[in-house]
Structure formats: C-alpha cells, structure tokens
Design a protein around this ligand. Structure first.
Ligand SMILES: Cc1cc2nc3c(=O)[nH]c(=O)nc-3n(C[C@H](O)[C@H](O)[C@H](O)COP(=O)(O)OP(=O)(O)OC[C@H]3O[C@@H](n4cnc5c(N)ncnc54)[C@H](O)[C@@H]3O)c2cc1C
Length: 401
C-alpha cells in the first residue's frame, strides 16, 4: 500500500527543504557538540545551536504548521516533511527540545491568546530556551505525587519546592511547571504554570553530573518565587490534564513543533566500520563470525525500526493511533542501547578510553553512547512505564497499580 499521496504543495516544500538544508548546512561547531540536547553544557555550544535553530525557523522548517500570528508558517502537515528532511540531512539537532516538543504544543492547546502570542514565537525560533519541571525527588513515574506548592497571594502565586533532572534548566528562560495548589485532591490539586527561571528571584539552578561526566540536567529550587497569575496555563486544578497534553508530545504520540536532525552518522555503518578497524588476536573483528552475526542482528533491528516509521505514515496500516509512535520511542531507546553495547564489545579494552584520550576509537563515541543510552530508557517516562501505557491503552490489558 502506498503512503497517503502528498499534495503538489507538499512535494514542492520537500524539494525546498532538501535544497535549503544542502545549501545552508552550518559550518563545523567551534567546540565538540554533545550527542543530544540533553548534554549541552557550554555557552559556546548553546550559542552555536541557538543560531542554527534560528536559521531553520527563519527558513520555515520549524513551526511550519503553527499559525503565522504565533511565529509559525501557517501550513498543514508540512512539519513531518521538514522533520524527515532534517533527519536525512544529518545536520545538528535543535537545542530547544522542550520548547518545541512540549511547551509550544501545550500552550497552543491550553493557552490564552495573549500567552500564545507571547510564548510560542520564542520557543519556535529558539530565542527563549525552555525546560520542564515535572520530576521531583519523590515524583518521577508517580508524577501526581508533586510536592512543590504554589499558594495564591493577590494576583501572584508563591512557589516553594524542589524539581530534579531538569534538562537545559541552566540555560532556560522559562519552565513548564506543575505545582500543587491544593493538598486535598491528588490530581485535581495540580496546576500548570509557565515559570520564569533565568535570573528570577527565588529560583536556584544547580547542575547535576551524569555518569558520562557531563552535566546537562539540573535540580531547580523554588524558594518563595513569585509567579504572576497571568503565567498560569489553563484553569486552577487542571494541571494534570494539561500535563497529559505535554506527555502525549514528549512520549512521541504526536508530532512536535519541529525539528529533529542531529544524527551525525548511520549507527549500522559506524558499527561495521569499527569492526573493520578493530584487530582481535591478529584478525580483523569484522571477519569473526560471532561479531558478524551480532552486527547483522543490529542491522535487522534498525531496518525494522525504519520500516515501522514508514508504516506510521500510512493511516491504513495503523490499527491504533498511539501504537506505533509509542512503540517507536520504546524500541528506539532500546535499539540505541543495544548498538552502543555492541560498539563497546567490539572495541574491547579500547572502550575504557574516555573521549578526551587521543587513542580512544572514534574519539570515545561508543563508551559515551553506551553510558548515555541508559538516560534514554528513563527520560520522558521509563520504558517500564511506556510498556504499561502500551499494555493498558493500546492492548486494553488490565490497569497496573
Ligand atoms: C536524561 C534524562 C533527562 C531528564 N529530563 C527531565 C526534564 O527535563 N524534566 C523532568 O521533569 N524530568 C526529567 N527527567 C526525569 C524523568 O522523567 C524521570 O527520571 C522518570 O520519569 C523516572 O522517574 P524517577 O527517576 O523518579 O524513577 P522512579 O519513578 O523512582 O522509578 C524507579 C524504577 O521503578 C520503575 N517503576 C516505577 N513505577 C512503576 C510502575 N508503575 N510499573 C513498573 N515499573 C515502575 C521505573 O520504571 C524505574 O525502573 C529526565 C531523566 C533523564 C534520565
């Protein structure tokens, strides 16, 4: 079955996006970029990536399907095309992942006209970086267990609490924040805010270091921080419902406001090259039948993922609207982990060399990728939770506790 036919305008747009990306791919970064937006640490990396997102937005590849009055392109179904072309072009990733894939779509659905005009353009252009303040020390998978309190005082809310694992918090101008506005109701006691972060009195951002040695996420402390009521998104007590909109986008069940990119190389090709370059007992690792078999398993898995992504674009092949997108996030993160594990195994003892060691194969890519891959199976809801959601909402199994 063929994919639903593209309109002539969509075909022209694809052509335009492809050509623009070929002609405008950015120069190499002034310093090494991290593997993903989750580990952006330096001002140099931020400036380079912010500039790149700004260029892509100005070229009409970001926010394509958003109304022009909110900084978008005013089209319909152009964003998936732009996202595909950004992925194929192997250009740097978009820095403002929270802004694009969570804040903008949530504000578009739940925001007032004033909030949409104020916040969406900066999220699309990357001029204003966003972070997400959902997780707390005691509220990760059990997200409704929020303890951060927001207490009304005149036209303001006084916020006290402790958020954790806040990606990009150190560069963020704004945070999508869930806070408790009532202790009497678990779900209906939550309210959603667009909270000022950078330089805001009462807000402290402290970096956390991952096992890769990189930071990129933070803990964020609110101590009597004042948030105007005009920054409340939707009604008091509707925070849980608004957060569900955010999670639909974060977990991949709906198209973001733009932009993937960021795959610097084809992982299967990278593994094959590594095997060809690696010597084992005087023999090339690529000649070892066990390694060849493991490589083929990875190639087959990646081809399966690619075909699932294609299938997701054919409405007639999607039995349940959420199945393939949710499945894709789960399997891609496990695929990343399996690829990285094989890379580390092939490189053998050389995998102990860190990225700063001049003798590290591919500048230490495989061990770094292996360590980082664990974050991918936790972030945006752990894979166990993703399996629960697939089981309950897609397969209709009994609800887990
Ligand atoms: C790289 C990275 C970036 C992140 N960025 C952000 C961010 O920007 N903003 C933000 O708010 N959060 C962020 N997070 C936090 C992330 O959302 C949480 O780590 C995640 O929701 C899990 O919560 P937790 O760490 O508290 O683990 P817990 O909820 O304590 O879970 C511990 C273990 O128990 C399992 N478990 C828990 N409940 C169940 C259940 N019902 N059924 C089966 N198994 C269960 C989990 O799968 C997990 O293995 C990030 C995390 C990572 C790793």
């Amino acid at each position: 079955m063929a994919a639903s036919p593209s309109s002539p305008e969509q075909n022209d747009f694809r052509e335009y996006a492809r050509r623009w990306l070929q002609e405008n791919a950015p120069p190499p970064p002034p310093e090494r970029l991290p593997m993903s937006p989750l580990e952006i640490m330096t001002v140099g990396q931020r400036n380079y990536l912010q500039d790149w997102q700004g260029q892509c937005h100005a070229a009409g590849l970001i926010g394509c399907d958003y109304p022009q009055s909110y900084g978008g392109g005013g089209h319909t179904n152009f964003q998936p095309i732009a996202n595909q072309e950004l992925g194929h072009a192997r250009v740097p990733f978009m820095i403002n992942i929270v802004g694009l894939s969570m804040a903008a779509p949530t504000i578009l659905k739940h925001g007032s006209e004033e909030q949409k005009r104020r916040f969406i353009p900066g999220a699309l252009s990357g001029g204003e970086i966003w972070c997400q303040g959902f997780s707390e020390p005691g509220a990760g998978s059990d997200m409704a267990n929020q303890q951060t309190m927001a207490v009304a005082e005149g036209d303001n809310w006084i916020v006290n609490g402790h958020k954790v694992w806040t990606t990009l918090g150190h560069f963020a101008r704004w945070m999508i924040l869930i806070a408790r506005t009532s202790r009497h109701h678990k779900y209906d006691g939550l309210t959603y805010f667009l909270a000022p972060i950078a330089g805001h009195p009462g807000v402290t951002v402290r970096p956390l270091v991952k096992m890769t040695g990189e930071s990129g996420f933070n803990e964020v402390l609110f101590e009597d921080a004042v948030i105007p009521d005009s920054h409340r998104l939707d009604d008091i007590g509707k925070g849980w419902a608004v957060a569900m909109t955010t999670l639909t986008y974060e977990r991949g069940a709906a198209e973001s406001a733009g932009g993937t990119g960021g795959q610097s190389s084809d992982p299967a090709q990278g593994l094959i090259e590594l095997a060809r370059e690696t010597q084992r007992n005087g023999l090339c690792a690529a000649a070892d039948p066990v390694t060849r078999d493991a490589l083929m398993q990875r190639v087959i898995a990646m081809e399966g993922l690619r075909q699932s992504a294609r299938r997701a674009r054919v409405p007639g092949l999607c039995d349940h609207p959420m199945r393939l997108p949710l499945q894709q996030k789960l399997l891609s993160s496990e695929n990343h982990q399996a690829n990285a594990r094989l890379g580390v195994e092939i490189a053998g003892a050389a995998s102990t060399l860190y990225k700063l060691d001049p003798n590290a194969p591919r500048q230490g890519y495989w061990p770094l990728s292996y360590m980082a891959s664990y974050g991918n199976t936790i972030a945006a809801g752990t894979n166990e939770i993703q399996r629960n959601i697939l089981g309950e909402r897609v397969l209709g199994l009994a609800k887990s506790k």
